[in-house]
Write a new protein. Sequence first.
Length: 42
Amino acid sequence: MRNRDLIYVSNAPYTELQKVLGVFSSVTGPVASAAAIYAYGK
């Protein structure tokens, strides 16, 4: 690399899928835990 060189960085499609699944699991995880606690309390 030299001074003023440009670096191009790109996301792979698999990385985007991992991001989406991570968001989905962060939402469904607490809901599943709350449902399990509710069912256990009955």
